[in-house]
Design a binder for this molecule. Structure first.
Ligand SMILES: C[S@@+](CC[C@H](N)C(=O)[O-])C[C@H]1O[C@@H](n2cnc3c(N)ncnc32)[C@H](O)[C@@H]1O
Length: 196
């Protein structure tokens, strides 16, 4: 039997081009969420208008899905928490927490070009998410004190990011943040001898 999403197609106009693709190339599903691939016409239109992420925020990374799976085990009460996602990329963790656990979510990233994609995902899933362009080092103690939980995935991929995250974790706990969950695949940093 052919799964429904492997044959169901859509057509739409992007600029003056008729785009027709299989649904499975455009929307993926996970834990009751929908999310786009880079083949999605709205994302392609953003890229063509010059809003193309430059810092690896070019897809939903698998590490996000690992953390999403973990959160789905409900490791502690998540309902209604004030959540900050850092290095959010396309914002799937934030969207999941807003949709499934009614969290009040803010997604932040160094790269402003990922933020419209976070909003596409929020709209696709019928939730409201705040977004803010900010690097790890720009997230001040005053800002951090408004959150209960910080999440992030695949964000310590170079030494500088790892260092800035370490300082962010210290500032966050000192500001009253209760939980911080960072998922990282442990790749070696370029030029380093050990694991990242
Ligand atoms: C590999 S992507 C991961 C995106 C997303 N968390 C995921 O798992 O799909 C890394 C993201 O971290 C962001 N990033 C990298 N360095 C950062 C920094 N110093 N401050 C804030 N965001 C940063 C990038 O712009 C990018 O969106």
């Amino acid at each position: 039997m052919v799964p429904a999403d492997s044959w169901f197609g859509i057509s739409c106009i992007v600029g003056d081009t008729l785009v027709s693709m299989k649904q499975s190339e455009i929307v993926k599903k996970r834990q009751g969420l929908s999310y786009y691939t880079a083949a999605n016409p709205q994302i392609r239109a953003l890229y063509r208008s010059g809003k193309r992420p430059t810092e690896f925020g070019n897809k939903v990374w698998a590490t996000s899905l690992v953390l999403l799976d973990y959160l789905d085990t409900k490791p502690f009460p998540l309902q209604g928490l004030r959540v900050l996602e850092v290095g959010c990329g396309w914002g799937l963790l934030g969207v999941y927490l807003a949709k499934v656990h009614a969290c009040d979510v803010t997604c932040t990233d160094l790269d402003e070009h990922v933020l419209p994609i976070v909003q596409l995902h929020a709209r696709l899933n019928g939730v409201s998410i705040k977004t803010k362009r900010a690097s790890f080092s720009e997230l001040s103690s005053d800002f951090l004190e408004d959150f209960d939980l910080i999440v992030g995935a695949e964000i310590c991929y170079c030494e500088e990011a790892g260092r800035d995250m370490t300082m962010l974790v210290r500032r966050a706990f000192a500001s009253g943040v209760k939980q911080i969950l960072i998922a990282d695949p442990g790749r070696p940093h370029p030029g380093s001898k050990g694991q990242g």
